[in-house]
Design a protein around this ligand. Structure first.
Ligand code: MN
Length: 498
């Protein structure tokens, strides 16, 4: 996965000069120890960089503007070790543009019962200083993540690590580029949206090309490169001929190999990070891109089918946010396809015509070549597998005309009872929380799409934090969802976001 940057997060401690040099020396020393401890914890995906203690309006403004200008800085972590009169922060915060975290911690864990005196109290007053600072951030209406707890605790460090990934989603959103090889499917509503507003709000550049522009790249792929990639497929995946002619099968697979290489070069040349296709606009392609798109998603590209650029962008962002996670379980474009309504086993079978990312696969991945009526082309080759078990988040970004809304549903992925030998596509199966009945009703009430950007490796909190940072509405459907409350939340949001 290319994220392009070794991002860093700046650690800015607030104080003032009222307590003398000795106190400020200790404040700096404590901040250095905290930063060292955080970096050594192994729980943060990115490095924390210590900045000099901020004790004046000028130094706050200068540091926060330097953070804006520093390409590698993806956010600032603030902490008030002592009291830091917050009017000093107004100008700097007004000018600051990147993700902001307020780490509400304290250098010492326990009250030092036997030795505590007034000097200690004056030196260690984040309980006090962080409230003064928090007040001004709230008064100014600035979005920030507040993390409370002892800096050495695993929970606090993991929360900070999660927030860092959300911040990367914010930073990378600002220059995300989506390549549309086909327009939105005619008459479909939920995948439509305001591309100008998406660029203003999220930073996404959403361009359109004639599919033949990309096909020219596909046609230029050399036979040697196609053969080499087909060999890679044959050594990586199980080949399921199912009675098909071996040579014709391999030729069908080679069509997808050429599409993968041609599309990839087309996207790289245009600096695109996500792509959409449309089965109704395949031009001179011999097959609907199946295996090719699955492989591109695995390489980190976002994807949306039928021209769904919003989901393509979200899949890309969620792939970036989860990049580098050890033992990541995967992130994919998915579609709610069909229900299992047997009491006690309720769930939704997730799939698409072909395009499901193999990062979510568990066990063997096979290549099959089967007919597909959609697209009206030759039988396309595709990767077939089933997905992992466990919790995940399904998201849908919709355009309500006057605003975007992100719907975030906590889901539980499960194994289906039996194999589905006649279904030649990759699948997942999940039960939405709190259960299918309430989960699906809430999703429909909120206007969620049939397409989702799904990940096992992100939390509801990370996705809603991302939405908050982007200044858009988000609604959560999870174990706490009650339909009557949810309906009211949608009503109240419609006023708030008017
Ligand atoms: Mn679809």
């Amino acid at each position: 996965m290319e994220t392009g940057k070794q991002y860093q997060f700046w650690f800015c401690t607030g104080s003032q000069d009222l307590y003398g040099d000795e106190c400020l020396r200790k404040v700096a020393e404590h901040s250095a120890k905290i930063v060292e401890g955080l970096n050594a914890s192994g729980r943060l995906p990115f490095q924390v960089v210590l900045k000099p203690t901020l004790i004046s309006q000028a130094s706050i403004r200068k540091t926060l503007n330097e953070a804006n200008a520093d390409e590698l800085c993806a956010g600032v972590i603030t902490w008030m070790h002592t009291f830091s009169p917050a009017k000093m922060w107004i100008l700097g915060l007004q000018e600051y543009k990147k993700p902001l975290c307020h780490l509400h911690t304290q250098f010492n864990k326990a009250l030092p019962y036997d030795t505590i005196d007034m000097d200690f109290m004056n030196e260690n007053q984040s309980a006090h200083g962080d409230r003064e600072y928090g007040h001004i951030v709230s008064r100014m209406g600035i979005e920030r993540k507040i993390i409370v707890g002892y800096w050495e605790d695993e929970k606090v460090q993991c929360q900070l690590g999660d927030w860092m990934r959300t911040a990367i989603g914010v930073m990378e959103s600002s220059h995300l580029r989506v390549c549309r090889l086909g327009d939105n499917m005619n008459n479909v509503a939920v995948t439509e949206g305001d591309k100008v507003e998406a660029q203003i709000r999220f930073g996404w550049e959403i361009d359109h090309f004639n599919i033949n522009d990309a096909i020219a790249y596909v046609n230029e792929v050399s036979k040697g490169d196609v053969d080499a990639l087909v060999e890679e497929y044959y050594s990586s995946y199980r080949i399921l001929l199912e009675g098909r002619d071996e040579k014709a099968f391999k030729e069908a697979v080679a069509v997808q190999a050429a599409i993968e290489l041609g599309f990839e070069k087309f996207l790289k040349d245009g600096d695109y990070h996500a792509v959409v296709t449309h089965f109704g606009m395949l031009g001179g392609l011999k097959q609907l891109p199946g295996l090719a798109i699955q492989r591109l998603m695995q390489k980190g590209y976002g994807f949306g089918a039928e021209g769904d650029w919003k989901t393509a962008a979200m899949v890309r962002l969620m792939k970036i946010m989860t990049s580098g996670i050890k033992d990541a379980k995967g992130t994919s474009f998915l579609e709610d396809y069909t229900y299992h309504l047997v009491p006690g086993q309720e769930g939704i079978l997730q799939a698409h015509m072909l395009e499901v990312c193999p990062t979510i696969a568990e066990g063997e991945i096979s290549i099959k070549v089967n007919p597909l009526t959609m697209g009206n082309r030759e039988d396309p080759a595709r990767l077939v597998f089933t997905a992992k078990e466990g919790p995940g988040v399904a998201t849908s970004l919709i355009d309500l005309g006057n605003r975007f809304r992100l719907i975030v549903n906590a889901v539980d992925c499960k194994k289906v009872e039996k194999p589905m030998p006649k279904l030649p596509v990759a699948t997942a199966f999940w039960t939405p929380r709190p259960d299918l009945e309430v989960g699906a009703a809430a999703w429909i009430l909120a206007g969620g799409a049939h397409h989702t950007a799904f990940s096992y490796d992100l939390s509801v909190e990370q996705m809603t934090d991302w939405a908050d940072a982007m200044g858009i509405e988000s609604v959560v459907i999870d174990e706490r969802t009650d339909l009557r409350d949810f309906k009211n939340e949608l009503r109240w949001n419609s006023v708030y976001y008017r």
